[in-house]
Write a protein that binds this ligand. Structure first.
Ligand code: NAI
Ligand code: 15L
Length: 271
C-alpha cells in the first residue's frame, strides 16, 4: 500500500529529528513543519509559513494529509504569555486547521509534566495509572493539560481522533537516574507513534509514553491496548548513572515527584 502521509510539526526539534529518521521505516511519507529550517530538508515548510500562529499556513500544511503528529511548541518552561501563544493558541490553531481540512487523526505530544506533581511510586506502590488526577508542575505542563482537553473536545464535538502521549523522556540515551524510570527509546517512540496512528477507534485516548523500563513508574496498559509493544529497557544504563549520581533521595522534592526537576527548578525555554 502507498505510505500514509503524515504532517510532522516540530520537525526540526530533538524528537522531530529522531522521528524523521525512524518513521519512514514504518511506512510513512512525512510532510515537515517548523519555525526553524529543518536540516537537510529543503522542502520542509519553514519560517513565517510555519508558525503555529499562522492559520492560513497551517491549513495549507495539513491539506491532504492522512494524519498529524503534533510536536511543535515550547518544550520547557517559559512565561505564561509565551506558552499561551505557542502551546495553547498554537495547538488550537492546528486543531482548527485539521477540522477545516478534514484530517481525522492527530497524535499529540503531551508530557509527564501534565501530572508532574504526582508522587513517584516507591517500593511496592502501584504504578501511576493513566487516569491519575492532573497535577501540572509548570505553565508548560498546564499547556499539555489544555492540549489533552482540546483533543477530547474535538473528538466529542467534531469526531477528530487523538492519541495524547504523555511522553516521559525521549532521547537517544537516558542521562539521569530519574530518566531510567521514564525513558522512551527513540525506536520505541516510533513504535508508539505508529500504534497511535494505526489503532482503530481510539476516540481520544491518553497513554503513557515510555519503554518497558525495569524501573518504570507508570502503567503502560492503555499504550499496549493500541498495539504498542515496547522493545527497550533503560536498565543497561543504570549502573553507570547510579554510580555517577547516586540513587534518588526521597527527601528531595525533585526526586520525589514524577516531574523531577520541573517541580523545583524547571529548565527554561532559551528563546
Ligand atoms: P524541541 O524544543 O527540540 O522541538 C520543538 C520544535 O517546535 C522546535 O523545533 C521549535 O522550533 C518548534 N516550534 C516551537 N514553537 C513553534 C511554533 N510556534 N510554530 C512552529 N514550530 C514551533 O522539543 P522536543 O524535545 O523535540 O519535543 C517535541 C514535543 O514533544 C514538544 O511538544 C514537547 O513538549 C513534547 N515532549 C517531548 C519530550 C521529550 O522527551 N523530548 C517529553 C515530553 C513531551
Ligand atoms: C519534557 O516534557 C520536555 O519537553 C523534555 O525536554 C524533557 O525535559 C522531558 O519532559 C523530561 O521530563 O525528561
Amino acid at each position: 500500500p502507498a505510505p500514509r502521509t503524515v504532517l510532522l510539526t516540530g520537525a526540526a526539534g530533538g524528537l522531530g529529528t529522531l522521528m524523521r529518521a525512524l518513521l519512514p521505516d514504518h511506512g510513512y511519507a512525512l510532510r515537515l513543519l517548523d519555525l526553524r529550517p529543518v536540516e537537510g530538508e529543503p522542502d520542509a515548510v519553514v519560517a513565517d509559513l510555519a508558525d503555529l500562529a499562522d492559520r492560513d499556513a497551517l491549513r495549507e500544511a495539513v491539506r491532504g494529509v492522512d494524519a498529524i503528529i503534533h510536536l511543535a511548541g515550547i518544550s520547557l518552561e517559559a512565561s505564561f504569555e509565551k506558552i499561551l501563544a505557542a502551546n495553547i493558541e498554537g495547538t488550537y490553531n492546528l486543531y482548527e486547521a485539521a477540522r477545516e481540512e478534514g484530517v481525522g487523526r492527530i497524535v499529540f505530544a503531551s508530557s509527564n509534566h501534565a501530572v508532574g506533581y504526582t508522587p513517584r511510586p516507591r517500593g511496592d506502590d502501584p504504578l501511576i495509572p493513566i487516569d491519575t488526577p492532573r497535577r501540572p508542575d509548570t505553565f508548560y505542563g498546564l499547556s499539555k493539560c489544555f492540549g489533552e482537553d482540546l483533543a477530547q473536545l474535538y473528538w466529542d464535538k467534531h469526531g477528530i481522533e487523538t492519541v495524547s502521549v504523555r511522553i516521559g523522556s525521549c532521547f537517544p540515551e537516558p542521562t539521569s537516574v530519574r530518566m531510567l524510570s521514564v525513558w522512551m527509546s527513540p525506536a520505541d517512540g516510533a513504535r508508539l507513534f505508529h500504534a497511535a496512528l494505526t489503532a482503530e477507534n481510539v476516540g481520544h485516548t491518553v497513554v503513557h509514553g515510555s519503554s518497558a523500563n525495569t524501573r518504570l513508574w507508570w502503567d503502560l496498559t492503555s499504550a499496549r491496548a493500541l498495539g504498542y509493544e515496547p522493545q527497550d529497557d533503560s536498565e543497561p544504563y543504570a549502573e553507570k548513572l547510579v554510580a555517577e549520581q547516586g540513587e534518588l533521595d526521597p527527601g528531595n522534592p525533585a526526586h520525589a515527584c514524577l516531574g523531577g526537576p520541573f517541580v523545583t527548578d524547571p529548565p527554561i525555554w532559551p528563546y
